[in-house]
Design a protein around this ligand. Structure first.
Ligand SMILES: Nc1ncnc2c1ncn2[C@@H]1O[C@H](COP(=O)(O)OP(=O)(O)OP(=O)(O)O)[C@@H](O)[C@H]1O
Ligand SMILES: [Mg+2]
Length: 480
């Protein structure tokens, strides 16, 4: 530890274990306080801002998860580590959802605990050191491939920033075309594993019989057609990241084999008895509700928990309309990018060839009309970003020779999308809202705009809003 000594609260009901662990931690420079119950821990947390809390999950009375939740709620910067008994990974996952940083399973060696602590402290330090720089860079570099700056995507970037550098298994869920693979690649890029390979395998695109060989590799003669030894994707991804797409479609037999890989990081090639060890980070993706598949008995529960260590949920495009203009421009630049402009007789194309790109190129940027954008934002996008990408590619082709794409260049179903009414543009925040206050806010805003448009003429403003003049005056009085 480079910083000053860290204050650590150790919560454990077994006195002998607690005492021994506390002494070992103190030997390594931590300033340790002990608590023998969840209640005692919360009382100590109320009085003192610890840097770290390590808590057993199973405690009489208030359990470890609740202690973590209480600690993190009060001190967002605290590092909470939970200690789990045998076979309680599920509880550990729950604790992580409630804000725990990591977990250690009992029985553990002190070195294991120290290692978890060191890496947590290191990540915290890097995070705060980088915070300033990153704020200046507007986080643009880190997740470059992912376009989107609205609240939903900002939350996603924050999560990715935290989890990308760790080796944790991640489960990405989202509708088709919502960008699961893009996100998986950027997680890989944001981790130390970027120096090694990102290997993708789509579990639904390959017949069941071949999938096993694809994943684990085969030895010659394992089955007819296996005419040479072949590495599987797992081996190819050694030290890198393995992206398992559509993981929900895996057969029961393969699910069991994958579970072993996740638990032991080892496997055998098909037709071989030699065990191979690998160091891979697994990122899985699904567009079905894996939790439901578990409930229906189609997906192993233990495998689900192994994969779902860190759940990443991608919102569908219709729930982040605010990103549509950015995405549209991104795809316009990708597909028009100056290349599809009319032949050289066009003056602007000449300028491009003379200027050799640079600033000239900017003025050639294809754009979309506001009416076109309104249609694009009103549409419900069942195929999400992929569908938007295709629509823009098509519109670029249809609008050859024109600088601006119009509503008429868009596919019919999008042209016919009803213009978004104000109400459908409003999203209900997860935390809920105060309906009365919200509606009052909208009313205030519209009244204000009506007055602005009519230069403050109350009679005209009232007519614009379909109100009697007296009603408008009444409202204005109440709004003051
Ligand atoms: N946020 C984004 N920024 C830029 N491009 C994106 C974004 N999200 C998706 N795309 C693009 O949309 C297309 C679909 O993305 P991707 O393949 O990651 O989706 P997916 O969720 O894996 O879809 P599926 O479930 O069908 O496999 C890709 O061409 C990708 O480049
Ligand atoms: Mg995909």
């Amino acid at each position: 530890m480079t910083d000053s000594a860290k204050h650590l609260l150790l919560v454990e009901d077994e006195a002998a274990l607690r005492q021994a662990t506390a002494e070992q931690l103190a030997d390594h420079g931590y300033l340790v306080e002990q608590a023998d119950s969840g209640e005692a821990a919360l009382a100590k947390l109320a009085d003192f801002a610890f840097d770290i809390i390590i808590t057993d999950l199973r405690l009489p009375g208030i359990d470890g998860s609740a202690v973590v939740e209480g600690a993190v709620e009060r001190y967002p910067e605290i590092i909470a580590i939970v200690v789990t008994g045998y076979g309680t990974v599920k509880d550990a996952v729950e604790a992580i959802k409630r804000g725990a940083w990591d977990f250690v399973s009992k029985p553990y060696q002190i070195d294991e605990l120290l290692h978890v602590l060191d890496s947590a402290l290191e990540q915290r330090r890097l995070k705060s050191e980088n915070a300033y720089l990153r704020a200046q860079l507007e986080k643009r570099d880190r997740f470059e491939g992912i376009v989107g700056r609205g609240p939903a995507m900002s939350r996603l970037f924050q999560l990715l920033e935290l989890v990308a550098p760790t080796g944790s298994t991640i489960l990405i869920s989202g509708e088709t075309g919502s960008g699961k693979e893009v996100v998986a690649r950027s997680i890989h890029q944001g981790s130390p594993r970027r120096l090694h390979r990102f290997v993708a395998l789509n579990c639904s695109a390959i017949p069941e019989t071949l999938l096993e060989a694809e994943l684990f590799g085969v030895v010659r003669g394992a089955y007819t057609g296996a005419d040479s030894n072949r590495q599987g994707r797992l081996e190819q991804a050694h030290k890198g990241t393995l992206f398992l797409d559509e993981v929900g479609t895996m057969s029961a037999a393969l699910q069991m084999k994958l579970l072993r890989v996740l638990q032991e990081r080892e496997f055998e090639r098909v037709g071989d008895s030699h065990t191979i060890k690998v160091d891979v980070r697994v990122i899985a993706a699904t567009n079905s509700d894996l939790g439901r598949l578990v409930a229906e008995g189609h997906f192993r529960e233990d495998l689900f928990y192994r994969l779902n260590v860190i759940p990443v949920q991608l919102p569908p495009l219709r729930e982040r309309k605010e990103d549509i203009p950015l995405l549209v421009q991104h795809f316009l630049d990708k597909f028009a990018g100056g290349a599809s402009l009319p032949p050289s007789r066009d003056a602007s194309a000449d300028r491009r060839s003379l200027g050799g790109g640079g600033s000239g190129e900017r003025s050639l940027r294809k754009t979309v009309s506001q009416e076109g954008l309104r249609r694009l934002m009103a549409y419900h996008w069942p195929g999400n970003v992929r569908q938007l990408e295709n629509a823009i590619e098509r519109a670029v082709a249809f609008s050859a020779g024109r600088a601006q794409i119009d509503a008429g260049d868009l596919p019919t179903e999008i042209q016919q999308a009803p213009e978004a009414a104000l109400a459908s543009a409003v999203t209900l925040p997860e935390s809920g809202l105060d309906l009365g206050e919200f509606i009052d806010g909208i009313e205030r805003d519209l009244v204000q705009r009506a007055l602005e448009r009519t230069g403050g003429n109350k009679g005209q403003a009232a007519r614009l809003l379909g109100l009697k003049r007296t009603t408008l005056v009444e409202k204005l009085k109440r709004q003051q």
